[in-house]
Design a protein. Structure first.
Length: 76
């Protein structure tokens, strides 16, 4: 479950998972930040990487703003 998401603001993702075998319940919350592609590219450049390619799926489909996933491959 996501908390309220606002442009440029940190938000929380909370999950509760139950293992089928043991019934053990695992709970966790993490803070996330919705980076824009421009912000992400700037951070990658500032970190010293020279090349960055982005994909919208694990089968190599190029990333678009409508992609469900953002998979980045960066290199020096």
């Amino acid at each position: 479950m996501y908390s309220s998401v606002k442009q440029g603001a940190e938000f929380q993702f909370s999950a509760i998972l139950t293992t089928k075998k043991t019934g053990e319940v695992l709970e966790n919350t993490v803070s996330l930040y919705p980076y824009t592609m421009e912000e992400l590219l700037l951070l990658i450049k500032q970190a010293g990487f020279a090349n960055a390619d982005f994909y919208g799926s694990f089968n190599g489909t190029l990333w678009t703003p409508d992609s469900f996933l953002t998979i980045g491959v960066v290199s020096l």
